[in-house]
Structure formats: structure tokens, C-alpha cells
Design a protein around this ligand. Structure first.
Ligand code: NYM
Length: 212
């Protein structure tokens, strides 16, 4: 019998919600209980496309808004063959941002509708679980200053949060909202429980296609 597939787990949220910390802790926790797991992040700045995106985010280059949106999407598509291979091998992928960040960040720019923003990502491997780390703007401010990258301003992040809320109304995606204002350990316990349940169900269901 073919081995059971891994689960595709995504963490989303506005900047500074603690996604990266939680992704790392989750991968470690899964490995400790004998579940093969690997972390990925988008944008993946190591590829040629990722380097274009990285220069844009660091404000070292300017790119037209539609163009950079399509590059973020292309950066996901270029990783799809290796993602599918790993999932088939039984490896659970814990992903720091995915197409939801793509749609939320671009549609927060003037002149973009969320439907157009979702289109290039239609058909990507569908996450078995998307956990949204919820953090109020007040709590986010308490975590200190934003960095210097593009999009790192509180007004823009507020619009991004609203776009995420719109995306979360879609019942075709398995969203779970996590209160990110709790301690790192409490957030982790919550995330680990949801993930272990999802891994068990995903084993017996085929991988879906996002927004299709
Ligand atoms: N971002 C991320 C997008 O605008 N579109 C996308 O598709 C993705 C995946 O890039 N501000 C934005 C969100 C973040 C930035 O930051 C990447 P980080 O710190 O590498 O997660």
C-alpha cells in the first residue's frame, strides 16, 4: 500500500503575529512525536524569482503592482512540484504564508479587487488547514516598531487585516483563528492540537486544489 500523505498546514496573519516562531516550534514538535515535517516560507527568497521579490520588498527595486503580484504567485507555483513530492512521501509541510497573503496584501492596494488577486493562485495545492494568527492593532503596536520593508506600516496592515477577514469568510478553506496575543507556549499548544488532528484526517483524503 502507498504510504500515507503528509498534510499541508499554513500559518497566516498580519506582520508580527508570530508566524515564523510558531512554524519553527510546530515543525520541531511534530518531529519529536515521529511525524516527518518540514518548514517552508513564502516568498521563498532563495530562487531567481524570490530574489526579484526580495529586492522589491527591501525597496532596492520598483516593480509595477500587478507584476509583483504575479511574481509572488509564480514563486509559489515554482515550488509546487517539490511540495507535492514531499507530501506524497508522507512529509507534513508547515508553510509560513501562502496565497492568502498574496491576495490580502495586493488587494489592500488601491485599485485591486480580491477576486482578481486570487486568480493566479487558483489550483495551487489546497492547504488542509490554514491557521490565522489574530492580533489586534493595539497588541501589534505593543510588539514594537515595524521594520523597514515595504508594507510595514500600521495603516497598510489594518487594510491587510480587513482583506484577510474577507478571505476567511470562504467556507471552502479550512480556517482556524488562533488568538496570537496568548503566550508563545499557549499559542503553540493550540496550533499543535489543530495540526495533529488535521494530519490524521489528511492521511485519508486526497490533496485538494485551492479556490477551485
Ligand atoms: N507578501 C507575501 C505579499 O505581498 N504577497 C505574497 O504573496 C506573500 C507570500 O511579503 N510583508 C508580503 C507580506 C510580507 C512580505 O515578509 C514578506 P516575510 O517577513 O518574509 O514574511
Amino acid at each position: 500500500m502507498a504510504s500515507k500523505r503528509g498534510a499541508l498546514i499554513v500559518l497566516e496573519g498580519v506582520d508580527r503575529a508570530g508566524k515564523t516562531t510558531q512554524c519553527k516550534k510546530l515543525v520541531q514538535a511534530l518531529q519529536q512525536v515521529g511525524r516527518p515535517a518540514e518548514m517552508m516560507r513564502f516568498p521563498d527568497r532563495t530562487t531567481t524569482i524570490g530574489q526579484l521579490i526580495s529586492a522589491y520588498l527591501e525597496k532596492k527595486s520598483d516593480l509595477e503592482d500587478h507584476t509583483v503580484h504575479l511574481l509572488f504567485s509564480a514563486n509559489r507555483w515554482e515550488l509546487v512540484p517539490s511540495m507535492k513530492k514531499k507530501l506524497e512521501q508522507g512529509i507534513t509541510l508547515v508553510v509560513d504564508r501562502y496565497a492568502f497573503s498574496g491576495a490580502a496584501f495586493t488587494s489592500a492596494k488601491p485599485g485591486f479587487c480580491i477576486d482578481w488577486c486570487k486568480k493566479p493562485d487558483v489550483g495551487l495545492p489546497k492547504p488542509d488547514l490554514v491557521m490565522f494568527l489574530q492580533l489586534s492593532p493595539v497588541e501589534a503596536t505593543l510588539r514594537g516598531q515595524f521594520g523597514n520593508e515595504r508594507y510595514e506600516t500600521s495603516d497598510f496592515q489594518k487594510s491587510v487585516q480587513q482583506k484577510f477577514e474577507q478571505l476567511m469568510k470562504d467556507p471552502s478553506v479550512n480556517w482556524k483563528v488562533i488568538d496570537a496575543s496568548q503566550s508563545i507556549e499557549d499559542v503553540h499548544d493550540n496550533i499543535r492540537t489543530h495540526t495533529l488532528n488535521t494530519i490524521n484526517t489528511a492521511e485519508n483524503t486526497p490533496l485538494g486544489e485551492l479556490w477551485k
